[in-house]
Design a protein around this ligand. Structure first.
Ligand code: SF4
Length: 229
């Protein structure tokens, strides 16, 4: 029990959190965006997540409460993106440990909610003890976003990025999607509420500007669109 309490007290900086998101992995998911990324990929759609002092402070306990609520509402997975989650490895490891415990409490007969993590790093690029923070993930998407290498493969932003199942659950859920491509149509979804209008997902080249124009036609303005330098 002491380890659980210690994990819940762990601090983390996050950019955003939202449920349900259906464009960052299979099914309806809770998405959490970690704050801070030093990788600075040209064309990144999430420049607002780069500043490690930006976003807001949270505890792992708060994020696990969001996960608990999402599971209660039928969440099929948790996606952790950013920003670069491996820049806060202790928090990432604690979040994944807690997320595994909570999904066991909510386990359904047919499937368990999976845990997917996006990292801009490749295996071997960070110290082993940092990479070990991914231990609880069922699948990871690895590699920088390269704006000059577009791809139609689902949930990947550029052709160099790899979707890698890491557990039997990850293999079951992601195996059928490894070579699957997006159908024609939007790859991102939008959320508009009292705090602003945001886009969630992995857009095709040029898609963000189309969204911006379409939303403007509907009288909506994106909140600090951050794919522009
Ligand atoms: S695409 Fe991802 S890894 Fe690259 S700068 Fe943006 S947040 Fe960082």
């Amino acid at each position: 029990m002491a380890a659980i309490a210690a994990d819940a007290a762990q601090h983390v900086r996050i950019a955003d959190g939202y449920f349900p998101v259906d464009t960052l992995g299979p099914g309806r998911r809770l998405a959490l965006w970690f704050q801070g990324c030093a990788l600075a990929c040209p064309g990144c759609m999430s420049r607002h997540t780069w500043d490690s002092a930006g976003g807001r402070a949270a505890t792992i306990g708060e994020l696990l409460e969001l996960w608990d609520t999402a599971l209660g509402r039928g969440a099929e997975g948790l996606t952790i993106s950013g920003g670069e989650p491996l820049e806060q490895p202790a928090a990432l490891a604690a979040l994944l440990r807690g997320a595994v415990r909570l999904r066991q409490r909510h386990a359904r007969k047919d499937r368990s909610a999976d845990l997917l993590v996006y990292t801009g790093h490749e295996p071997g690029e960070v110290p082993a003890e940092v990479w070990a923070a991914l231990a609880g993930a069922d699948a990871v998407v690895t590699g920088r976003f390269r704006v000059g290498e577009p791809t139609d493969l689902v949930w990947r932003g550029s052709a160099n990025q790899r979707l890698v199942p890491r557990t039997p659950l990850g293999a079951r859920r992601y195996g059928p999607h490894l070579a699957r491509t997006y159908p024609p149509g939007p790859r991102v979804s939008h959320r508009a509420d009292g705090t602003g209008t945001r886009l969630y997902g992995v857009p095709a080249r040029g898609e963000l500007r189309l969204w911006e124009r379409g939303l403007a036609t509907a009288g909506l303005r994106l909140t600090n669109p951050s794919w522009r330098p």
